[in-house]
Write a protein that binds this ligand. Structure first.
Ligand SMILES: [Zn+2]
Length: 74
């Protein structure tokens, strides 16, 4: 199990991740800026995709993705 688990994270993205607001569903998804992403967008940790032209932010804009934060039970 090499998965990094963060349990203290609620509002702030999981360590190293930034929030990208999807214009498709209006939720903020946690994106790993250092990970590999396809040309057209970012792969969020939750599995959703966010358009690359949106700005990634340290704080989620709007509501967070319901699938969103690993370790969050709320
Ligand atoms: Zn998502």
């Amino acid at each position: 199990m090499a998965d990094r688990q963060t349990t203290e994270v609620d509002v702030i993205a999981p360590s190293g991740a930034l929030w990208g607001l999807s214009c498709v569903d209006g939720h903020a998804h946690a994106v790993d800026p250092g990970a590999e992403h396809p040309e057209m967008g970012y792969f969020a940790r939750c599995g959703h995709r966010v358009l690359r032209r949106i700005a990634l932010d340290e704080l989620p804009q709007g509501s967070r993705c319901p699938a969103g934060v690993p370790g969050s039970t709320r």
